[in-house]
Design a protein around this ligand. Sequence first.
Ligand code: MSP
Length: 636
Amino acid sequence: MKTFYLTTPIYYVNALPHIGHIFTTTAADTLARYLRMAEREVYFITGTDEHGQNIERAARAEGIAPIELADRVVAKYSELRGRLEFSYDDFIRTTEKRHERSVQEIVRRIEAAGDLYTARHEGWYCSPCETFYTEKELGPGKTCPVHGTAVEWKSEENVFFRLSKYQQPLLALYAKHPEFVRPETRRNEMRSFVEAGLRDLSVSRANLEWGIPFPGYPGQTVYVWLDALTNYISALGFGSEDLSLYHKFWEGSGVRLHLIGKDILRFHAVYWPAFLMSAGLPLPTTVWAHGWWNRDGRKISKSIGNIVQPDELIDRFGSDNVRYFFMREMVFGQDASFSDEAFVDRYNSDLANDLGNTVSRVVTLARRAFGGKTPPVSCDDNPLITVARQAAEDYRKAMEDFAFSRALESLWRLLAEANQYLVAHEPWKLIKSEGPTEKLSRVLWNGLEAVRIVATGLLPFMPKIAPRVLAAVGTAAPPTSLEAMAWGGTPNGVELPEAVPLFPRIDKEAYLAEGKKEERMETAVAEKTPVSIDQFFETELKVGTITAAEPVPKSNKLLKLAVDLGESSPRQLVAGIALAYKPEELVGQQVVVVANLQPAKLMGVESQGMVLAASLDGKPVLLHPDAPVPNGTRVK
Ligand code: MSP
């Protein structure tokens, strides 16, 4: 059996997990479950990255030891594992002895290859990234290009790795194994990065206690990224006596896949293979970088402060529905936007409507017609069979390509065809006009069978609910192999339990209003502290005329406006008013604008201010002056 080694990044422990972290593990888990059903021998690991300055600082800020902080975060990951049904085989922590031994072993091999030397290291350092940046790479005001936070100047004696020596071998690797970095756009990025030239890399830190001592260099600690990346082989026993897993999954001919977010691609696609080449060890077969979950146009991240807590989401929607949303809404490889509204829409349309209604419709009719049992006669010749075969094939192809949303689309195509088939054959009329005939049996059996195939394909995505859907349509024991997606599996004449609503519809208006009520309560608390008149005047409100308006691509809420504020050129603003106003009715109107707001990007479009509107049950109502005034007039 072909082996498949699958890893997630190991997560930092300076903060509790947010949905970005949970997403990668969900994707890996979905893939692992699929691969097991495809009869591959899977070894799936995840874990935590516990060393380094960030963690030391975060712990110090709370007055606790770094390991206490790590233990707390690890406990949370373990709780989420239970809640989200993660099926990983091992959880590796970089503070474990087995990992320390493995890191020391890889360092010794790199040293033996002659790839280490000491030198002074100076530069701009971003502690959240644990990375040095060149002056050119920094953002405005000496800030980190990723986090936007201030960087610090660091200068110390370090151990260096001869990364420059691996420029040609890395380029040769990308050329010979195009599957090494995926998707393709990311490979091109990495190739350009390496082609631009590689500087040797500092792989130790001085004066850092919270880390693994650097063998042979007293006073130096192993750089967190060399430490962290090595987890992928530590988890297999590298550096220990028992190398059986290591031989099987790292040295064998199978797949070794690192699933990561695009933020950490350079470490995985440049540094990691270079370390491994130097140590004379096999390389991963593929590094797959997915995109980011954004909220309000920015990456969901603790440093940006727009995180969504997984617990909150699971409590509100249920863990399988959260898993489904993640895998359906993001085109794997691209960025995706997270919002409550998108969540409710996706749930209602795909799960409550398409899947839930089909299940309850066929189950109710079949029970009524055939005395609470599945229909007695199957159907072996009808157009749905071809559709089902195609859907199963497309599904497999998509899953092998990690195109999770496309795999789900194939299943939903079958569901749509099954619905059309039912509408065309009107079993609800047949029951009344002809009773439980063979024809009715075939029609309803087809409906159940299509749902069974869809639910089988859903098993890797929804490990709790898919078995319940299967039970609802007459398959009590969930299958363990993808073979079960072949047409013909629904048994005849077996008990059909009474249909229970598996996906109750969410009342979107009420749900979103509830969220707003919570927001209002929060603002009410904030309102208790009055602002002084000086504080109020710090906000510059001005009247301007809208000179152009157009929708922001891919957004149903946002409009891009040009507003003349009496300045040398109109301001570009992005406003969330598209559901309430048509672009053409806005041009020529005067509005009130917050003119000194820090610019922000919404869906990739820059907004240089904010248009004021009253919010009536979530609907924006624009504010206008009572009579026309010159553009740029101050409001006070
Ligand atoms: N500890 C390093 C990784 C070392 S791997 C040898 C690290 N940890 S992290 O806690 O910051 O987690 C990074 C990973 O979390 C990302 O690569 C990505 O997989 C996931 N995500 C964190 N925020 C995310 C989004 N907003 N969207 C999608 N995934 C993101 O980096």
